[in-house]
Every structure is written in structure tokens, then in C-alpha cells.
Design a protein around this ligand. Sequence first.
Ligand SMILES: O=c1ccn([C@@H]2O[C@H](COP(=O)(O)OP(=O)(O)O[C@H]3O[C@H](CO)[C@@H](O)[C@H](O)[C@H]3O)[C@@H](O)[C@H]2O)c(=O)[nH]1
Length: 318
Amino acid sequence: MNWLVTGGAGYIGSHIVQAFQGVGLGVVVLDDLSSGHAEFVPDDVPLVRGSILDTDLVAATLAEHRVTGVVHLAGFKYAGVSVDRPLHTYEQNVTGTGRLLAGMAAAGVDKIVFSSSAAVYGTPDTDLVTEQTATAPESPYGESKLIGEWLLRDQGRATGLRHTSLRYFNVVGSGSPALFDSSPHNLFPLVLDALVAGRTPRINGDDYPTPDGTCVRDYVHVADLAISHVAAAQALAAGRDLEPVYNLGSGDGVSVRQIMTAMANATGIPFTPEVAPRRAGDPARIVASGELAARDLDWKMRHTLADMVQSAWEARAR
Ligand SMILES: O=c1ccn([C@@H]2O[C@H](COP(=O)(O)OP(=O)(O)O[C@H]3O[C@H](CO)[C@@H](O)[C@H](O)[C@H]3O)[C@@H](O)[C@H]2O)c(=O)[nH]1
């Protein structure tokens, strides 16, 4: 059985590739390396360089590697930037997913696990988001992920495609020192980059209606997240029914200020963060129940917040 991981050279995708290899499942990666790194792909995993928008390449990859299922992460992942680049975002995430699904249908590949996002919820008016919480994306990125879920759902109805979508909350940490988050837009890499460069990390606003005034998020370890993709793929392959969507959240809220304290502890670099203005579009709090995924997808927090921060620092400091 061979699984194609689109976006498998990225931060999250490469951890998923490792998790699949860990249980002996065959994997092949398709990645255009726009934000991924070729060196994140193990030497014994084929790396096809190119885009999911390239219909011929998708068809050839599915056929040559005898792909039986797809884990689909390739896409444009920067929610904030997507506001200024809506057409690019929709092309990559909606048209790209559509072309991938068309290629799968043509090749008879009938299983897909889709990388969705907490961004589909926008600013939820509940303390604990469940899969029943109304979706209300606030960026082209969030919209595009929701449309991706609909494409799977409707293709499932039309062709029998077996599918599930995993809504990631804030994915951090590192499961292997060689794999790290190089995003120029997210809290963990920005804080670590600042500390390495001798700059002071910044808090985007401390006047939110939260206990310490800074935004609260649900941080999950990337290696824990990767294991649930294996469970989802195995369930689909075994013909087990899965829910159309699962939240991959921990149920615990952690503030930006708490992350800063954990960063100072992990790095041994004492600092007092600067307080900058709010970043546009940031919900004050978003925390999810992962109960459904715990029931069906072997989802559990195997790592603490200290592990997440420590592993991110070790990977960044290498
Ligand atoms: O230097 C920084 C960077 C970020 N933040 C704050 O830290 C929090 C977390 O920010 P970030 O790491 O950018 O994550 P989110 O904006 O919560 O969103 C991430 O998590 C979402 C849910 O998984 C994904 O959909 C998005 O793509 C991904 O950017 C937010 O309050 C930011 O304003 C700071 O205070 N200082």
C-alpha cells in the first residue's frame, strides 16, 4: 500500500511521512518546494518535485508509484498573507485540491485524508470548539480550507471517495531535530528567530479579554498530530467509517505570555517580551475539544507544552 503525501516536504508533512514510515507504510511525496525543504524528505522516500496543479504530473505520480491513498497537505498556508493574495490562495487550495481529486478519480484512488484548519471557525463564540461549532472563516485561507472539505464531501457522494478532514489547531514542536517550522509568520519560529538573532520577541497585543490579556490558543505537538494521520489512513484502508471532520485540539488554552515564559525556560535566555499592537484578524481565544479524534484516530497528547517548546528550540538551534 502506497500513500502519496502532498506537501510532504513541509514542516507538518515531513512529520507525517516519518510517522507512515514508522509503521511500515509506503510513502511518496509530491511537493513544489515553495515552502518545503527537499532535505526534510528521507532518502528512501521518492520526492516528486512539482505542483498539485500540474494534472499530468499528478496522474503520472499516482500511476508510477501505485498510489492507493492520499494525505493532502500541499497548499498556501499563511492565513494572514492570504488576505492580500486571495486569488493565489484559492488557486492553490481550491483549484489544486480539485485537480488532485480529479486525478485520483481518474486513477481509481479512493481514499484521502485532508489537512484542514482551525481557521474554518474564525472567531468562535464558545469556550470549547467542537466539530458542531458553526464555521465562519475570516480569511481566504480559512475559506479555502472549508471549500476543500466540501470538495471531499461532494466527491464522496458522487464517486464513493472515502475521506476525512483534520482541522489542525496550533501545530508546534518538532519530532525530529532535523524537521522544524520555518514559517516567517507564526509565534514559535518568530520567537526563536528573535532569540537566536539577539532581538526581543514581541507579543501582538496584551489588551484582549483573556486572563493575562494575550491571545489564547490550543497548541498541539506535530508528532502527535502525525500519528493521527496514520490512524486515519489505516481506518480508511480498513473500510472503517470516519467522521467527515475532526478537530485536532487538546482542550487546553495557553496564552502568548505563557508561551514566552516557556520559551525563556527552554532556551535559558531570560527576556521581557515587547508588547506590540494587536495583529489584525486574531481571535482572542480558540481552543478545541479533541474528543472525537481521541475516539477514532488515536489522538492524544503524548507531549507536554514544555516538550513542544524544548523540541522546537532544539531543532531551531541546530
Ligand atoms: O511574534 C509573534 C507571533 C505571533 N504572536 C501571536 O501568537 C498567537 C499565535 O499566532 P500564530 O502562531 O501565528 O498562529 P495563529 O494565528 O493562531 O494561526 C495558526 O494556526 C491556525 C490554526 O491551525 C492556522 O490555520 C494558521 O495557518 C496558523 O497561522 C497569535 O495571537 C499571534 O498574534 C505574537 O504575539 N507574536
